[in-house]
Write a protein that binds this ligand. Structure first.
Ligand SMILES: [Zn+2]
Length: 375
C-alpha cells in the first residue's frame, strides 16, 4: 500500500508513479475543474454495494419487470421516490428495491447495468459487495445467482471494458444462519471473480467477533477479509475486525480516528480504510462533511481509499466522492491521481493488473498536464 496522497498544503516530493505529490498550483483548482479531471480519471471502486448501486434508471427497469411492486415505474417519479426523509425512510426504500430482485434475470440485469453506470464514470475495476443470502433466501436458486453474476461479469468485461470482482458479505443483522449460508456459498460455489469475504449491516448490537468461524473458513479458502467496522460504532469494532476477523482492509473504519494506538497500527501495518464520505454524512456516522475524519486519518499516515457505498441512494457517485475528498484534503489533480493509485494498490488485483492500471493513471495525468501548458 502506498502512502496516503499528498496535498497542496503539505507538499512532498513528487513524480509520477509515486503517491506523494507536490505540484502546488499558483491558484487552487476550482470544483468544476477538479470534477472535469476526475470524470475521465481511470478509477477503481473498492466499497460499493450491489443492490445499493441500483440507479433510478435500473430500478425503473426492474419495476417494469414486476408490475405488482409499489416502486414507481418511470425514472422521473423514481427521482422523487429516492428523496429520503430520514434514515428509516432510506431503509424502507432500500428494502423495496431489494424486493425487486426476484429471479436470476433480475440479478444479471442489475449487475450488468450497475457495471454500465460505473464504466460511464471511467471506473476500470470494481470490487462489488454482493449479499447472496439476500437473494437466495427469497427463493432464487444459489447456482442461478452464481451463473447470473458470472454472466454479467463476463459481458461487462467484454462490452464495457470494466473488470468486476465480488466481495460476498454477511448481512450481520441476520445473524449466524446468514453467516453460515454466505460462507458455504463463498467456499463451495465460489464463482469466478470472488476475491473477498465481508460483513455488512448494522454494527451496534452485532459484535464482529461472533463471525470469526465463518471468516476463518473463507480465509482458509484464499479469500481476503474485508468487514465493515468503525462506521456507526467505535474504534473497538475495528480492533475486533483486525484481531477476530483478520481484516486486510476495513469497510469505513472512520472511528479509528478516536484511538491513536489504532491509527498507528493501521499506518504501520498499511491496512487501508475504504472511506465513503457522503455515505457517512447520510447515515449520520459523521455530523457533516466539514467534520469528516478523513483529513485526520490521512495526517496519521493511514492508507485511505475513497469510495461511494450506495451511490444513487446517497445522491452521489465515485467521481463526486473524489471531488469531495479533494476538498477535504486540499488536493489538486495530481493528488486526485494519487487517490486513484491508492485504490489500485489496496485492491485485490494481481501485480500485473495493478501495474497496468497505475500506468494508465499516470498516462492520464501526463496528458492532462500537457493540456495545461501554455501554448
Ligand atoms: Zn458499505
Amino acid at each position: 500500500m502506498a502512502p496516503p496522497p499528498g496535498s497542496r498544503a503539505r507538499g512532498g516530493t513528487a513524480s509520477e508513479g509515486e503517491t506523494l505529490v507536490d505540484q502546488a498550483p499558483a491558484t487552487p483548482p476550482d470544483r468544476a475543474s477538479l470534477r472535469a479531471f476526475t470524470a475521465d480519471l481511470p478509477k477503481s471502486e473498492l466499497h460499493v454495494h450491489h443492490v445499493g448501486s441500483a440507479s433510478p434508471r435500473i430500478v425503473a427497469e426492474l419495476a417494469a419487470r414486476h408490475p405488482d411492486s409499489p416502486v414507481p415505474k418511470d425514472p422521473a417519479a423514481l427521482a422523487e421516490y429516492f428523496t429520503f426523509r430520514d434514515f428509516a425512510h432510506f431503509i424502507e426504500i432500500y428494502v423495496s428495491v431489494v424486493d425487486l430482485i426476484r429471479d436470476a434475470e433480475d440479478v444479471r440485469m442489475l449487475t450488468y447495468e450497475v457495471a454500465r453506470d460505473m464504466a460511464a464514470q471511467q471506473i476500470r475495476y470494481a470490487e462489488l459487495t454482493v449479499t447472496p443470502y439476500g437473494m437466495t433466501k427469497r427463493g432464487i436458486p444459489e447456482e442461478a445467482v452464481m451463473e447470473a453474476l458470472e454472466d454479467a461479469r463476463c459481458t461487462a468485461a467484454r462490452d464495457l471494458g470494466i473488470e468486476l470482482a465480488w466481495c460476498f458479505d454477511i448481512p450481520g443483522e441476520l445473524g449466524l444462519p446468514a453467516a453460515e449460508a454466505t460462507a458455504r456459498m463463498a467456499c463451495e460455489l465460489r464463482p469466478e471473480g470472488l476475491v473477498s469475504f465481508g460483513l455488512g449491516g448494522p454494527e451496534i448490537g452485532v459484535p464482529r467477533g461472533q463471525f470469526k468461524p465463518y471468516f476463518d473458513r473463507a480465509i482458509a479458502e484464499g479469500l481476503h477479509s474485508v468487514p465493515h467496522a468503525g462506521e456507526s460504532s467505535d474504534a473497538q469494532s475495528v480492533w475486533d475486525a483486525l484481531i477476530e476477523l483478520r481484516a486486510e482492509r476495513i469497510g469505513h473504519g472512520i472511528r479509528s480516528v478516536d484511538d491513536p494506538r489504532l491509527l498507528q497500527h493501521l499506518a504501520e501495518h498499511e491496512i487501508p480504510l475504504e472511506v465513503c464520505p457522503t455515505s457517512n454524512v447520510a447515515t449520520r456516522s459523521t455530523p457533516s462533511l466539514a467534520e469528516h475524519p478523513l483529513p485526520r486519518l490521512v495526517a496519521a499516515g493511514v492508507p485511505v481509499t475513497v469510495n461511494s457505498d450506495d451511490p444513487p441512494m446517497f445522491g452521489t457517485d465515485l467521481t463526486t466522492e473524489y471531488v469531495v475528498a479533494a476538498e477535504l484534503l486540499n488536493l489538486d489533480e495530481a493528488g486526485l491521481a494519487g487517490l486513484a493509485r491508492n485504490a489500485v494498490q489496496a485492491s485485490f488485483l494481481d501485480t500485473p493488473a495493478k501495474s497496468r492500471l497505475t500506468r494508465e493513471i499516470d498516462a492520464y495525468l501526463t496528458s492532462w498536464r500537457r493540456t495545461q501548458e501554455p501554448t
